[in-house]
Design a protein around this ligand. Structure first.
Ligand SMILES: C[S@@+](CC[C@H](N)C(=O)[O-])C[C@H]1O[C@@H](n2cnc3c(N)ncnc32)[C@H](O)[C@@H]1O
Length: 324
């Protein structure tokens, strides 16, 4: 659906149509800002909240089915009519909070615990609604095993391939803190709408996964802090008796170079404070540019020692993760 829609939007942009009016001022946005997803997310939101009801017959999330030729003239109408709202929406990063990524983060966490079997203090930067901070509320299934809550409405099938991470039955999480420039409150209809708007409407499994995760998250609040990751991580340090884990997924690309440098420097500083009684782990699932494209690598660095390694590689939304 989005291949077709974005191809049409791109052609209209080049031709100077309504798409170019919406995108004015963003012509030089770099690819990693995911401008295309910001735009189609804005459109999807107008469909989900009923503003662009004429498009409902074409959006699977509201019971429709995409038919490009029939939908396109109506998309153009929406671009014209809601230009200002759509343009305003381009200012914030997509909030694609996908719990499929918990599969990668959980496996990485098992490696952390193998080295440092302690209670976990978990911080996530760029957490969106913090859904992945609830990682231990999902039902993980993989060839030859399972982990988590067997009857959870969030079931991640075939989530791990390759060498199974060193499993332990439970993870004792003593603190969960999420930081985001614009944290999403899943207890509000607006927050739920915002998250759903960034899911690609015809990806039924992701839509179902998010709906189920929202149900669980409403019953399992976590601490969300509004602010920049750079500021927040300045406040983080190691603590005796727990392993402090800083994780993030699909977040690094949105940072300005100065904030990236600042975060990397602070991570190294926290690492330098780590001891065997107060260890630190930096776990990430981020797209990394490799020959010929991107791969979503699961990478882990632990301190003391500061040893870093690639643990595996994930599909864009986490499932499946293939372990090395
Ligand atoms: C694509 S979402 C990923 C959400 C979540 N990590 C996941 O993988 O499901 C990127 C998130 O990073 C947040 N973000 C971008 N820049 C940030 C910054 N400088 N500090 C904190 N959060 C930021 C955005 O608000 C957005 O919620």
């Amino acid at each position: 659906m989005y291949e077709d829609l974005l191809t049409r939007l791109a052609a209209d942009l080049v031709a100077g149509g309504p798409t170019s009016d919406v995108l004015r001022g963003h012509e030089s946005d770099p690819g990693p800002s995911a401008l295309a997803l910001r735009l189609v997310g804005g459109l999807h939101r107008l469909v989900l909240d009923g503003t662009a009801s004429a498009l409902a017959p074409f959006y699977p999330t509201v019971g429709g089915r995409w038919e490009g030729d029939a939908a396109w003239p109506l998309v153009l109408d929406v671009l014209r009519e809601h230009r200002d709202a759509l343009a305003a929406g381009l200012g914030s990063a997509p909030q694609t909070n996908d719990v499929g990524r918990s599969a990668a983060l959980l496996g990485g966490l098992m490696h952390v615990l193998e080295a440092h079997p302690l209670p976990v203090r978990l911080w996530e930067v760029g957490c969106s609604a913090g859904l992945n901070l609830r990682f231990d509320a999902w039902d993980y299934r993989f060839d030859g095993g399972a982990w988590g809550v067997p009857d959870s409405p969030v079931r991640l099938d075939d989530c791990w391939r390759g060498r199974t991470p060193p499993l332990r039955d439970t993870v004792d999480v003593v603190e969960r803190v999420g930081v985001d420039l614009a944290p999403v409150d899943v207890s509000t209809p607006d927050g739920r709408l915002r998250l759903m708007s960034y899911v690609w409407p015809d990806q039924a499994d992701r839509v179902a996964r998010l709906r189920a995760a929202l149900e669980v998250a409403a019953e399992m609040p976590v601490d969300l802090v509004a602010g920049s990751a750079g500021d927040a991580v300045d406040e983080l340090d190691v603590e005796r008796g727990v392993v402090t884990v800083l994780w993030h997924s699909t977040f690094w690309q949105y940072l300005a170079p100065a904030e990236r440098d600042r975060l990397a420097a602070r991570v190294a500083e926290i690492g330098a404070h780590a001891t065997p009684e107060a260890p630190f782990a930096h776990l990430r699932l981020e797209p990394v540019r490799l020959d010929g494209g991107f791969e979503n690598l699961v990478e882990l660095t632990t301190w003391p020692g500061g040893v870093g390694r690639v643990l595996g590689e994930s599909a864009a939304h986490g499932v499946p993760t293939t372990w090395e």
